[in-house]
Design a protein around this ligand. Sequence first.
Ligand SMILES: [Ca+2]
Length: 203
Amino acid sequence: MARQHKRVAMAALALCAAGLAQAELVTNGGFEAGDLSGWLKTGLYPHAADYAGTSAGQWAAHLTAYGEGSVEQTLTTVAGTLYELSFDWSIRTWQSQGAQFGQLDVEVDGLASLLDFTVSETQGTGGVVTVDQFSTHVVSFVADSAQTVLRFSVPGTGAQATAMLLDEVSVVALGAPTPDLPLPGTAWLVGAALLALGVTRRR
Ligand SMILES: [Ca+2]
C-alpha cells in the first residue's frame, strides 16, 4: 500500500516536471529545417530563406505581398489549458523601395476563433534584415479543443512590395486555469504529491 502511494506521488511530481519544462508545441518554429516542414503553406511564395536575415539561427520563413500567402500548423492542445504564443517578424523591402508598410495577420482557431489580430509596421530596410529589426510578439489563448490551428498570413497587393520574415514561432502551455481550486494547477499537484508522501510515511 505504501509503495502504491509512493508511485502516485512520483507520478504527480513527474507531471509537475513535465509541465514546468514547457514542451514546445510548434514543429520547425525557427525554420531551421531549411524548409517549411511541419507547416502547411498556401500561395506560391512562402518559403524558408537563409539569405534575408533571421532573428535566430540561419533560416526564417519569407512571406511576401506578391500575392496572398500563409503558413499554418495544427497543434495538439488540451481544452481549458492556457497557452502562450510568441513569434518574431520583420518587414523586408527591396533595396530601392525605401520605407514600406506591411502587415501580418495572425489567427488561432479551435472550435471557435481564439485569436485574430494584425501586426503592422513601416520600415525601410532593404537586403538582409538584422536581428534588432525584428519585433517579438507575445500573446496568450485558452484552447477549446484537442486541435488548434495557428496561421500567419499576408494579404496580397499584386505588386512587388513588402516582404516579411517570420521566425522563432513558439507555443507552450502555461498551465490549466483551475477556477474550482484555490491554488494553480501545478501547485495543487505538488500538494497532492506531498500529501501522498506524508500518508506513506505515517504508515
Ligand atoms: Ca530561425
